[in-house]
Design a protein around this ligand. Structure first.
Ligand SMILES: N[C@@H](CCC(=O)N[C@@H](CS)C(=O)NCC(=O)O)C(=O)O
Length: 248
């Protein structure tokens, strides 16, 4: 399945309704803080992108000052094409003029460069490999099945639903009794997964089947994460998502 096409269609659509909301949100994207002295941090982003949210959450966790620049995905800026000539996608983190593409790579980069506070990846190499494994699982399995569920109808939708719930069950086990996938602290896997819950919160479609009784740990985890300021400030407002997203 071509994730790019799906995401373009669903999360980060490039049609005319998108153009309108991009204009509307361009004003909102101007964050009130300035880049830190000597460090210029720019994020090429699109407000509805779960991938962009990951990078913002990581920057917020580290209290990094950055400029969020909204891209019009139907008319990509010359800067985006120059900074990400291979995939031509957001998010792109630009640190002192140098691009870092792909959201999980950008989150790792942020963790390495600003390593003095809120570590996202564990220092132990084996634990670090496990965090990368689960973040990759989130990317390749969870996002993919959630998007498939969103896009399809009938039997295909039902198959995607079952597959998605198997993934959630696995994550429930993986979380165990810890508050976060990062253990006691919010970490890399949490950053990778939590943006998806912005849509779960918004659309009853998802909320209908991630039942608290069945998945108490994941539901509690999602609540815990979304109560964090670094997460909540990067989530678009529920009514904005609902207003601008084709309803199912
Ligand atoms: N694997 C990429 C996915 C990024 C992605 O799919 N970005 C979408 C927005 S959500 C995009 O820029 N789409 C524009 C296009 O495909 O032309 C990441 O993790 O950064």
């Amino acid at each position: 399945m071509c994730q790019t096409a799906v995401i373009r269609d669903d999360f980060c659509h490039t049609s005319s309704f998108c153009v309108q909301i991009i204009i509307k949100f361009k004003q909102m994207s101007k964050l009130p803080f300035e880049p830190a002295m000597g460090d210029e941090v720019i994020l090429l982003n699109f407000w509805l992108s779960p991938y962009g949210m990951r990078v913002r959450i990581a920057l917020e966790e580290k209290s990094i000052k950055y400029e969020n620049r909204e891209e019009d995905l139907s008319n990509k800026s010359a800067l985006l094409l120059q900074m990400n000539p291979v995939h031509k996608k957001i998010p792109v983190l630009i640190h002192n003029g140098k691009p870092i593409c792909e959201s999980l790579i950008a989150v790792e980069y942020i963790d390495e460069v600003w390593n003095d506070q809120s570590p996202l990846l564990p220092s132990d190499p084996h634990q670090r490999s496990q965090a990368r494994f689960w973040a990759d699982y989130v990317d390749t399995k969870i996002y993919e099945t959630a998007i498939r569920f969103w896009r399809t109808e009938g039997r295909e939708k039902e198959a995607a639903r079952e597959e998605f719930l198997e993934c959630i069950e696995l994550l429930e086990e993986q979380l165990g009794n810890e508050p976060y996938f990062g253990g006691k602290n919010f970490g890399f896997v949490d950053v990778a997964l939590v943006p998806l819950f912005c849509y779960f919160n918004t659309f009853s479609l998802y909320a209908k089947f991630i039942h608290e009784a069945q998945y108490p740990k994941i539901v509690a985890w999602a609540k815990r994460c979304t109560q964090k300021e670094s997460v909540s400030k990067c989530f678009p407002k529920e009514q904005d998502v609902k207003q601008n997203f084709p309803q199912k």
